[in-house]
Design a protein around this ligand. Structure first.
Ligand SMILES: NC(=O)c1ccc[n+]([C@@H]2O[C@H](COP(=O)([O-])OP(=O)(O)OC[C@H]3O[C@@H](n4cnc5c(N)ncnc54)[C@H](O)[C@@H]3O)[C@@H](O)[C@H]2O)c1
Ligand SMILES: *[C@@H]1O[C@H](CO)[C@@H](O)[C@H](O)[C@H]1NC(C)=O
Ligand SMILES: [Zn+2]
Ligand SMILES: [Zn+2]
Length: 363
């Protein structure tokens, strides 16, 4: 693919796995806003050609030398953050940003040395270390989660990014408390998963905020109790929320990628103890806020992949789905085959879907 153009279907060669690598047959994949960010929003112009997609699930097809943890036939989820277990960040329970993954070298795609894709004799970049819009991909075993064989791959693929991200932002990063009042900004899959996290953590009141009111009905399914469209008010949205909550919410989670919204999310928190978590990352602009907002006792945090250590967290989330503690089916609004992936991208661009599940190979 090239920036700002529809994706092209091409035959590619996927080399066999090398030492400590596995080759995965991708069965299904979601389409996440971060795929668009790379493609249309022009952030990483030098990472082309690439195979996009980072929210997939599949089956191990073959393993390279030194791989003991996986066998052909295992169900797996590719992870865009590794968990090597050895680095400083893996050893510290406060972080999940392992330094051993592809991301330590480049922010968007793997280095060309590490990619196993070629197309017409030319190397093709591997996006976010995963590239799930492909029948096969090769990954280092430290960035692959083995999951329960009972898991339906066309559902649990969503745990490869968006749902884990939003859910974890609430339960891990914000650490929402029982009886609290929460506000979630942006009701895409990530924001809806944050609503679900607030609900599971025992929040009493959950404000769902979006400029697209079509999203409110879904937010109710995940546990939102109150709905606010900033465009219905002449006052700043933070002011509206402060008035509705007698001084501000206990926790707010920003899932839009808009820096103005990040500020509103901070400012709608109660002074003294309010915690605001930034999840969205589309917009690379700087943000601003008044220091007094923090001096009074608010906390401003960011969340990467919901704070989950990837190899430990994802299999547990799959189990949580199988026992119905975590919802996934309710996020799926569309299904299509890989040759229609551009339709899925259009739906996402225009806010017409929550998640589209793309079938890549038969299960
Ligand atoms: N931190 C991470 O690890 C991580 C991982 C995945 C995705 N993300 C980011 O999370 C964000 C959300 O992803 P998504 O897939 O849910 O996207 P999405 O496009 O489906 O949802 C975004 C929602 O925000 C709403 N919105 C836009 N502007 C708004 C405003 N001013 N006020 C209120 N609502 C507004 C939109 O109407 C939409 O419903 C993206 O920025 C994505 O890049 C972060
Ligand atoms: C994760 O760590 C890498 C270095 O290993 C760094 O370049 C990157 O910015 C970190 N990611 C985030 C979201 O902080
Ligand atoms: Zn994503
Ligand atoms: Zn590590």
């Amino acid at each position: 693919v090239t920036p700002n153009k529809p994706l092209l279907m091409e035959e590619i060669e996927v080399a066999p796995p090398q030492a400590n690598e596995v080759r995965i047959k991708i069965v299904a994949t979601g389409v996440c806003h971060t795929d668009l960010y790379h493609l249309f929003e022009g952030m990483h112009k030098d990472g082309f050609p690439t195979v996009l997609g980072h929210e997939g699930a599949g089956i191990i097809e073959s393993v390279g030398p030194g791989v003991t943890e996986f066998q052909p036939g295992d169900k797996v989820i590719p992870l865009f953050i590794a968990q090597c277990g050895e680095c400083r960040f893996c050893k510290n329970p406060k972080s999940n940003n392992c330094t051993e993954g592809w991301a330590a070298l480049r922010p968007d795609v793997m280095s060309l040395e590490d990619t196993r894709f070629t197309c017409k004799g030319k190397k093709v970049y591997q996006f976010m270390g995963t590239s799930t819009f492909s029948e096969y991909t090769v990954m280092n075993q430290n960035a692959v989660a083995k999951i329960d064989p009972a898991a339906p791959l066309d559902r649990v693929c969503l745990l490869g990014c968006g749902i884990s991200t939003g859910y974890g932002a609430a339960v891990n990063t914000a650490a929402v408390e029982p009886g609290s009042t929460c506000a979630v900004f942006g009701l895409g899959a990530v924001g809806l998963a944050a609503v679900m996290g607030c609900k599971n953590a025992g929040a009493k009141k959950i404000f769902a905020i979006d400029i697209n009111p079509d999203k409110f009905e879904k937010a109710k399914v995940f546990g939102a109790t109150d709905f606010v469209n900033p465009r219905d008010h002449d006052k700043p949205i933070s002011q509206v929320l402060i008035e509705l909550t007698n001084g501000g919410v206990d926790f707010s989670i920003e899932c839009t990628g808009n820096v103005e919204v990040m500020r509103s999310a901070l400012e709608c928190c109660v002074q003294g103890w309010g915690v605001s978590v930034i999840v969205g990352w589309t917009n690379m602009n700087d943000f601003s806020a008044k220091p007094i907002q923090l001096i009074g006792g608010r906390t401003w945090k960011g969340s990467l992949f919901g704070g989950f250590k990837s190899k430990d967290g994802v299999p547990q989330l799959v189990k949580d789905y199988l026992v119905k503690k975590v919802k996934l089916d309710e996020f799926v609004t569309h299904k299509m085959n890989l040759d229609k992936v551009n339709d899925a991208i259009e739906l996402m661009k225009h806010g017409k879907c929550i998640r589209t599940i793309v079938s890549v190979s038969p299960q």
